[in-house]
Ligand binder design. Structure first.
Ligand code: ADP
Length: 463
């Protein structure tokens, strides 16, 4: 099958979160399954920092080869993409994001024709790619080249919808009829994700639980009505982990490699992490860790409320994350007050993230909602036991037998799970068994890749 993957982030070229990991790993697994894949993303400035060999196809397109022969194409536009950030800078989102991503969507469709890649399926990721099915149906419905092309939209996070003032609609070059109740219009504004939901042939989210939750008022972000109406077109496929990147046996970013059969050297990674954090290098103290965006979605509201009670326990907590200033300030203050217990690192640091997974005993994800979550799956592989709120992909992958789970989103319940973690860590024998079990879980991409293929086949049959 000919599959085009359109994502605004692809690891290792550009990454702000799990979407990049998915868009980086899925093409490779599809290639291994024998499919023909082309990936398309904007040529941000940062793509050239990935160290890959990037060549020119023509003045508007560059490309690189990932996997065996799969090509990733970069749509060049000096004015729109050659900037430090991906979606914004310290002042917030770039004000011309609609122009940037509509350019990307039109460009991706044109590119398919230019390279003669008659995709049977275009796999769209998040709002940034959502104009593709709209252009496809509005502009290209009578173009023979796209006659057989169907679309699948994957929602990685319903909280980000791509909303813009209606005055910008004229710049999209679309027919007026696409801006209405059955199109891009949403309370008088342009909502790209809504357009994607209505124009794509099939829809999925990144875990079965989240695919149900987005149809409820609580987690539907205002789109629950539309989603409920489409519920027979919505599926849930759990993300996998790319074990070529995330494997403590081969990871080059960590102090010592280790495996489920020989987990002993994990202790050296913990000692090193304790050193990095300025903590006492005590193997007997449980080391909790967070690697996350500093956002309310990720549970930083209840964590902030709970932080003093948590620091009163005999534990250490390292936090790596970029994000909202208010959480930075709060955590910075807590780290000053409890320097023995908390160490904070406000940056995006891939190598440090690896060292944290390898050194941590317990990996904390108290997300208010979590479409899939990769952190808990990576943590398993590195023998760090997840502590999570029961929601979305976390509910699908962590149970009381494999980690620590709380069911009421409240600081008291979070504190209770920290205490349970500290307690469980004391029993060395049962802890070692828990770690061994975690390291043996298999969340590799192959199964998820096969499920996507099934869904592509379903999409191709849509009339
Ligand atoms: P989301 O996509 O919502 O941010 P996920 O759990 O799906 O959350 O994926 C987060 C990914 O980003 C993981 O691979 C995690 O290790 C990584 N990550 C998040 N914040 C940082 C950071 N500050 N530095 C390095 N890696 C990070």
């Amino acid at each position: 099958m000919k599959i085009a993957i359109c994502s605004p982030e692809v690891f290792p070229f550009a990454k702000t979160g799990g979407l990049a990991d998915v868009a980086g790993a899925l093409p490779l697994v599809l290639e291994e399954l024998g499919e023909e894949v082309a990936v398309m993303m904007p040529a941000y400035k940062c793509i050239r920092q990935a160290g890959a060999d990037i060549r020119k196809l023509n003045k508007d397109i560059s490309f690189s080869v990932i996997g065996g022969k799969t090509k990733i194409y970069f749509l060049e536009n000096e004015k729109l993409f050659s900037r430090e950030g991906i979606y914004g800078d310290k002042h917030g989102d770039y004000p011309d994001n609609l122009e940037r991503f509509s350019f990307y969507c039109r460009g991706a469709l044109k590119l398919l024709k230019e390279i003669g890649f008659a995709a049977e399926i275009i796999h769209l990721h998040d709002w940034q790619a959502c104009l593709i099915p709209v252009y496809l149906k509005d502009k290209y419905s009578s173009d023979d080249f796209y006659r057989r092309t169907k679309t699948l939209l994957t929602i990685h996070n319903l909280g980000y919808q791509g909303i813009f003032p209606k005055e910008e609609f004229a710049g999209l070059g679309l027919d007026k009829k696409t801006f209405g109740i059955n199109g891009l219009e949403y309370y008088g504004k342009i909502n790209l994700l809504k357009g994607g939901l209505l124009y794509a042939d099939l829809i999925n989210t990144v875990s079965p639980a989240y695919s149900r939750e987005i149809q409820t008022e609580e987690l539907g972000f205002g789109l629950q009505g539309i989603l409920k109406n489409q519920s027979n077109r919505i599926f849930g496929i759990l993300n996998g982990v790319d074990y070529k990147i995330w494997d403590p046996r081969t990871d080059r970013h960590i102090t010592r490699n280790y495996s489920a059969l020989d987990p002993g050297p994990k202790a050296e990674n913990k000692a090193e992490l304790q050193k990095i954090c300025g903590f006492k290098a005590d193997p007997g103290v449980p080391l909790f860790a967070i690697v996350s965006r500093l956002a309310e979605q990720k549970g930083f509201d209840i964590l902030s409320e709970a932080i003093d009670a948590i620091c009163a326990m005999r534990l250490q907590l390292v936090i790596l994350g970029e994000g909202e200033a208010k959480y930075r300030q709060l955590l910075q203050k807590a780290a000053k007050k409890h320097a023995q217990n908390i160490s904070v690192h406000f940056k995006f640091d891939e190598p440090l993230a690896h060292q944290i997974y390898a050194g941590a005993d317990i990996f904390v994800m108290p997300s208010r909602y979590e479409p899939c979550g990769l952190g808990q799956l990576i943590a398993y592989k590195y023998g760090a036991i997840p502590l999570v709120f029961k929601t979305g992909g976390l509910a699908d992958t962590v149970t009381d037998k494999s980690g620590f789970v709380f069911e009421r989103y409240h600081k008291d319940d979070l504190i209770r799970e920290f205490a349970r973690g500290v307690e469980a860590f004391r029993d060395k024998k049962s802890w070692a068994a828990l770690v061994r079990q975690a390291m043996q879980f298999d969340y590799s991409w192959v199964e998820s890749g096969k499920k996507y293929l099934e869904l592509y086949r379903k999409a191709v049959e849509v009339r």
